[in-house]
Design a protein around this ligand. Sequence first.
Ligand code: UDP
Length: 332
Amino acid sequence: MSKRVLITGAAGFLGSHLCDFFVEKGYRVVGMDNLITGDLDNISHLFGNKSFEFHHHDVSKFVHVPGEIDYILHFASPASPIDYLKIPIQTLKVGSLGTHNLLGFAMEKKARILVASTSEVYGDPLVHPQTEDYWGNVNPVGPRGVYDEAKRFQEALTMAYHTYHGLETRIVRIFNTYGPRMRLNDGRVLPAFIGQALRGEDLTVFGDGSQTRSFCYVSDLIEGIYRLLLSDCSDPVNIGNPDEISILDFASEIVKLTGTSQKVVHKPLPKDDPTQRQPDITKAREILDWEPKINRADGLKITYDYFRSLPKEKLYRKEHKDFEEYIRKPRS
Ligand code: UDP
């Protein structure tokens, strides 16, 4: 019998790609999501597949799935600054209570668990590029604190279950990732810029645009996560693409890519917006024999084609569909 894996946040951007990846590899996949920020359209193609089942559930509440589970990947969480500003308490709960529930569930099932951590644990980093042994520079009571501190607590709790209970745990620190199935209106820079270009709006660069990010294409990230899951490394590992770019230059790339005639306009820089971010991936290279393969030009082209192919309604949609509405809707 093939191994069975629980993926939380299954209807989200990364969760849905993980579901595809594991189904493709021959695993039995249990997807779980409360659909606050997830979108069932991301996994609707898996409905009806014998290797896939979906549980509509909030992991901040007690988690139970009958039968054996070999691996758990905890990817449930709002993940864009706008989302966690809108729903700060849920963000804190899913990183803390949700992680606690899943660690307990992993104990019960004798499963290995990998938790999705983030480059945000480094805050506005004073060390550049960021190595795993850097402790970070986070403002606990700033607007991003609800996400950053939840993820830092998640790491501490996961490590405690590992050292105290001997649970098999893995921690991935994910840097900015992009690709198809990002939500066009989630506020993150790439869907924001492409959405603006598609709607014929100006591109909004926050601050002077000198702040940097390093963008990893989603398939590279998923491969790195898989390798980490199967490795024997219980310490945190950065997975990301070290190709760093300023947000202003990134805006120029999107202008070129989309051929938009709109201009770049500047808006105030949000509080505590990190000034620089670039993963040091020496550890991933050495331990996992992993490095990203898709360059930004190729990844952006695929992502732009995806966003262009979406129905107009998604381009202008502000709210998420809920589960009840979704299952009532006839699907082709
Ligand atoms: N940003 C921007 N314009 C936008 C959205 C974001 O200039 O419309 C900037 C934001 O201030 C940050 C960077 O782009 O410096 C990346 O933001 P994002 O929300 O994608 O993720 P972060 O890396 O900050 O978590």
